[in-house]
Design a binder for this molecule. Structure first.
Ligand SMILES: Nc1nc2c(ncn2[C@@H]2O[C@H](COP(=O)(O)OP(=O)(O)OP(=O)(O)O)[C@@H](O)[C@H]2O)c(=O)[nH]1
Ligand SMILES: [Mg+2]
Length: 219
């Protein structure tokens, strides 16, 4: 019996994405652009953290951001407050960014004038995991309000990410967030994974995050 057609088509799409992502990675490296992507469930705090991060790096670096959402330009408008160039990618019904969307969004930007490119993926803990975007560093966010068992339930996204950030740590106590369990679960699915804890609201843990990015995305 042959393999189901849907599996074959999906494999072809992923293969094509991998090829394009590899091309993107080569272009980024040639232009000296460090690329950091962020994935999480909806509302875990990607845009809030990114706005703060862009604002800080925009002081001395040439930073830019792409942000994916099914609909609205809301996140791009928020990120533009940092002063960095930002482009929204509206995906319609698609629940992840892919390498071709990133490539198209970059068409009218000269990579030679960018030092760091941040990419906020569509809020989703499942779909983005299969799509390489050519990034140097993939960051998965887990907020203190969404439960410490997420790594166990969505292991693939934690496995395809390089580091994890526990966000909204200011709300940990109110949400009765079990930090030790969260760390344990992350290490269960991804032994050795580096984990940051921070609050974009109070600034707790921000310095450590900001100071680590360069080392983390060293090629
Ligand atoms: N208390 C607290 N609230 C936060 C923090 N970070 C984000 N929030 C709030 O959480 C909500 C969602 O934050 P966003 O930054 O929009 O989350 P997101 O991951 O970009 O959401 P999507 O793009 O829709 O997936 C907003 O109301 C933020 O103000 C934090 O560190 N502490
Ligand atoms: Mg967002």
């Amino acid at each position: 019996m042959g393999r189901p057609r849907i599996v074959e088509v999906r494999e072809r799409v992923l293969k094509q994405n991998d090829l394009l992502a590899r091309e993107l990675r080569t272009r980024f490296a040639a232009a000296g652009v460090r690329v950091i992507s962020m994935v999480s469930s909806p509302g875990a705090g990607k845009t809030t953290l990114l706005e703060k991060t862009l604002t800080i790096f925009n002081q001395g670096r040439r930073v830019a951001a792409l942000v994916g959402d099914l609909a609205t330009e809301n996140d791009a408008k928020r990120l533009q407050r940092s002063g960095a160039p930002v482009k929204q990618i509206t995906t319609g019904t698609v629940c992840h960014l892919d390498a071709s969307m990133v490539s198209s969004a970059l068409e009218d930007w000269n990579l030679d004038f960018i030092d760091m490119l941040f990419i906020e993926n569509v809020g989703n803990l499942v779909c983005p995991s299969s799509y390489d975007l050519g990034e140097d560093l993939r960051v998965v966010l887990l907020s203190a309000t969404e439960g410490e068992d997420k790594p166990l339930k969505y292991p693939t996204i934690f496995n395809t990410a390089d580091i994890a950030v526990i966000t909204k740590i200011d709300l940990a106590e109110a949400a009765e967030f079990d930090r030790a369990a969260a760390h344990r679960h992350i290490q269960t699915v991804r032994p050795g994974m580096r984990v940051f804890e921070l609050s974009s609201k109070t600034g707790t843990g921000m310095a450590s995050w900001i100071n680590s990015i360069d080392v983390l995305c060293r090629r």
